[in-house]
Design a protein around this ligand. Structure first.
Ligand code: TRP
Length: 363
C-alpha cells in the first residue's frame, strides 16, 4: 500500500485518487453531453473573503459548470466554522462577503441556489440517521479531520469536529447532489458521503435508492502558492483576495518570495515560488506558464512580478468592479440569501419526508 497520504484516501476506500481521476474524464464527457443529469453541491466555510487560490481552484470551475447548464447548490457552511474554534466571529460579515464573491465571479442566483446551513432545519435533521450509519472508528480514520485536529486552535476536540464529515454528507445528500467539485483534501468526506448513501439505501431503500452516491470532480488547476511560498490561505496573510484593490495587489506581489536565479524558467519542482507566480500570470492570460517564462527570460524577478501584477489586475478588474457594485446593495444580498434559503428548505423538506417514510417514522 502507498504511504503517500494524498494517494491512498481513507482505508477501505473504494475510490482512491487515481480512480477518481480516471472517472473525472468520463464525468466531463457526460457533463458536456447531458448537463441536466447532474446536480452540483459545493460550498465554503464563511471564515473570510475568497482569494485567487479559491478562484482558480474551484470558483472558476463552478461557474463553468453552471454555465454548461448543470444545476448548482452552493452552501455557505456556517455550522462548519465551529469545528475548530469556539465562536464563529463576524459571521454575518463573512457570509455576506462570500455572497459578494460568488456574485462577482458569476454565480447566478437565478440558476444556482446560495444558502446557509443554519437556515435549513431539515438538512440538519438528516445528520441523526446518518450518524447511525457510520462507526466511531471510521470517523477516527479520516485523514483530513486528523490534520485539522492537529492544527486546531482548540485544546479539546469537539463532537462537531469529529462528526462534521457526516454533516457534510447531509449537505450533499439533502438535495441529492451527485457531483461535488472539490480539492483532494475533501475526498475522505466524499467517501463517507458515498458510504452513508449506500448504507441508507441498503437498510431503508426497499429496493429503491433514496440517495445517489455522489462523485467528486477534482479541479484540474494546480495548487497556487501564496506570496510567501506556502499554500495560499486566508489565515497566513499570503493571499491575494478577489476583493483587494489594484494597489494592494501590486504591493503584495512586490513582496512575493522568488529565488536568486535571474533567468526565469517554469520549473515547479525546483523553483516553486517563481513557478507559482508564472502559473498565476498564465492562468490570467490563459496560456501556458512556459510561454510567460520565455517572454520574461533574463529580465529577472522584478519583471516577473510586474507581469504577474498586470495580469492579475487586468483579469480581476471586471470581477472587482462587479463586486463593488453589489457591495453597495445590501438589500439585494440579503434577498439573494433569503430566496436561496427558501429554495433549499423546500428541497430539504421533501428529502426529509422521503427519509421519514423510508424509515417508517411518519406519525
Ligand atoms: N469542507 C468544505 C471546505 O472546508 C466546505 C463544505 C461544507 C463543503 N460542506 C460541503 C464542500 C459540502 C463540498 C460539499 O472547504
Amino acid at each position: 500500500m502507498s504511504t503517500d497520504a494524498t494517494s491512498s484516501g481513507t482505508p477501505g476506500d473504494t475510490l482512491g485518487l487515481s480512480a477518481v481521476q480516471a472517472r473525472n474524464a468520463l464525468l466531463e464527457e457526460q457533463i458536456l453531453k447531458n448537463p441536466k443529469q447532474f446536480r452540483v453541491l459545493t460550498g465554503d466555510r464563511p471564515t473570510g473573503r475568497l482569494h485567487l487560490g479559491h478562484y482558480f481552484g474551484t470558483l472558476h470551475n463552478r461557474v463553468r459548470l453552471q454555465n454548461l447548464g448543470v444545476e448548482m447548490f452552493v452552501i455557505i457552511a456556517d455550522y462548519q466554522v465551529l469545528t475548530d474554534r469556539d465562536v464563529a466571529d463576524n459571521l454575518t460579515e463573512h457570509v455576506e462577503n462570500l455572497v459578494l464573491d460568488y456574485l462577482a465571479v458569476g454565480v447566478d442566483p437565478a440558476r444556482s441556489t446560495i444558502f446557509t446551513h443554519s437556515a435549513v432545519p431539515a438538512l440538519n435533521q438528516l445528520m441523526l440517521p446518518f450518524l447511525s450509519l457510520v462507526s466511531v472508528s471510521e470517523l477516527n480514520r479520516n485523514p483530513t479531520v486528523k490534520d485539522e485536529i492537529a492544527h486546531s486552535r482548540q485544546s479539546a476536540v469537539s463532537g462537531l469536529m469529529f462528526t462534521y464529515p457526516v454533516h457534510q454528507a447531509a449537505d450533499i445528500l439533502f438535495c441529492k447532489g451527485n457531483l461535488v467539485p472539490v480539492g483532494q483534501d475533501q475526498l475522505p468526506h466524499l467517501e463517507i458521503t458515498r458510504t452513508i448513501a449506500r448504507r441508507f439505501n441498503d437498510r431503508y431503500g426497499n429496493s429503491t435508492a433514496v440517495f445517489p452516491e455522489p462523485d467528486a470532480l477534482l479541479s484540474s488547476a494546480p495548487l497556487l502558492l501564496g506570496t510567501d511560498g506556502t499554500k495560499m490561505s486566508k489565515s497566513r496573510g499570503n493571499a491575494i483576495l478577489l476583493s483587494a484593490d489594484a494597489d494592494e495587489t501590486a504591493r503584495l506581489l512586490k513582496g512575493a518570495k522568488t529565488d536568486a536565479e535571474r533567468h526565469i524558467t517554469y520549473d515547479p519542482a525546483n523553483r516553486p515560488e517563481v513557478s507559482s507566480l508564472l502559473l498565476l500570470a498564465a492562468l490570467c492570460q490563459n496560456r501556458p506558464p512556459e510561454a510567460v517564462a520565455a517572454e520574461i527570460g533574463s529580465a529577472g524577478a522584478a519583471a516577473l512580478k510586474r507581469t504577474v501584477t498586470e495580469s492579475v489586475n487586468e483579469y480581476l478588474a471586471p470581477i472587482r468592479a462587479l463586486r463593488a457594485e453589489y457591495a453597495e446593495d445590501r438589500g439585494y444580498l440579503r434577498q439573494t440569501l433569503r430566496e436561496g434559503n427558501e429554495r433549499a428548505r423546500a428541497v430539504a423538506d421533501a428529502t426529509l419526508a422521503e427519509v421519514r417514510a423510508a424509515m417508517n417514522s411518519v406519525y
